[in-house]
Design a protein around this ligand. Structure first.
Ligand code: KG4
Ligand code: ZN
Length: 329
């Protein structure tokens, strides 16, 4: 079995995965959303302190499995430095005490492996990763052949939902709240332009649309709950149309694409899922989605990556494991 740890942002999570069968034996996650919500975003110092309490608490529950472990896997990049350290320190202590190897895991690759939890891995794929820190399209051919072909020039898709929620005073994390408000909104009350609509560039940008929302809020006197729903509706529509337009370009220029997937916290957005499903249908492409519970940060996806890494002995010496807060794929 492999024990995996995730602490790159505001979720403390540990999983135990069986190597042979790929079965998820144990999985627990303690989210810190409530504690951060009053600040309108993640406060790194607070997040680190909460991990230091939550991770040992979860570890306590899996004590019985410790003698069966063949490796420990941990997210060491990218993420918040002070929170990554919490998981990495625990992984090092476990590796030393149990005399087992460590598998360092790139969080973005972890999200990709959320597609394969309790399944065989399925490459090649073209993948859209939409999370709080990232918006990118990745061509993934195997565990170590992954190439970013498009990414955001400023804010990420999920981050823009968080910022809109903050401007409308709706709470954190903004994604699910904005989606809920949007469901009750009228899409013709506000109108926001689709970013880079006339640009041939295959890239994403969310700072402009965020500013359009800011201006709309400033221009509105006595904002009602319905106004907020209408703004969320129009915002979600343009933000999603932007992704769809650019992905359509990618499909048009790469006729060999047969499989497409969406991963990351924001891939839980049902409106986005619906629009992407329609696009894939138009191009006769098979759409792959992670289970909703594995879209946001979790240790199960880290453990699933670790199985493939274990099988090709992707180990690192304890003294060589370092955190890389700003790394890419
Ligand atoms: O993958 P994740 O849990 O953490 C990062 O690695 O960033 O993604 C969290 C992000 C947040 O920005 C959150 O607002 C966004 O995903 N998100 C959503 C939805 N659920 C979560 N964005 C849009 N719609 C949603 N339903
Ligand atoms: Zn993530």
């Amino acid at each position: 079995m492999i024990l995996s740890i995730e602490s790159s942002c505001d979720d403390s999570s540990i999983a135990i995965t069986e190597i042979e069968s790929k079965k998820l034996i144990f999985h627990k996650k303690i989210s810190q959303e409530l504690q951060h919500s009053k600040y309108g975003g993640v406060v790194p110092e607070l997040a680190a302190r909460l991990h230091a309490v939550a991770l040992p608490k979860i570890l306590e529950e899996v004590k019985a499995y410790l003698p069966k472990l063949k490796a420990v896997a941990v997210t060491n990049e990218p993420g918040l430095s002070v929170t990554l350290v919490e998981g990495v320190s625990m992984a090092k202590a476990l590796a030393l005490a149990l005399d087992i190897p460590i598998i360092p895991v790139n969080h973005l690759k972890g999200h990709i492996y959320s597609l394969f939890i309790e399944k065989e891995s399925n490459f090649p794929q073209m993948i859209l990763l939409v999370s709080g820190g990232h918006t990118q399209v990745i061509e993934a051919k195997s565990i170590d052949e992954m190439r970013t072909i498009a990414s955001t020039m400023d804010d990420s898709f999920g981050e823009s939902f968080d910022k809109v929620a903050k401007m409308l005073d709706l709470g954190y994390p903004g994604g699910p709240i904005v989606e809920r408000y949007a469901q009750k909104g009228d899409e013709n009350k506000f109108s926001f332009t689709v970013p880079l609509a006339n640009s041939p560039k295959i890239a994403f940008s969310y700072s402009g649309i965020k500013n359009q929302v800011r201006v709309a809020i400033q221009n509105r006197e006595n904002m009602t709950e319905q106004d907020k729903c209408d703004i969320c509706r129009a915002f979600q529509k343009s933000a999603t149309a932007h992704l769809i337009q650019k992905i359509k370009k990618i499909f048009k220029t790469n006729p060999s694409i047969k499989d497409f997937a969406i991963v990351g916290g924001a891939s839980a957005n049902l409106y986005l899922r619906e629009k992407i499903a329609a696009l894939c249908k138009e191009f006769d492409i098979v759409l792959h989605l992670a289970e909703l519970q594995y879209c946001s940060d979790n240790a199960a996806m880290i453990g699933r990556y670790a199985i493939d890494a274990f099988n090709i002995k992707y180990f690192e010496k304890i003294e060589k494991i370092a955190i890389k807060p700003k790394s890419a794929l």
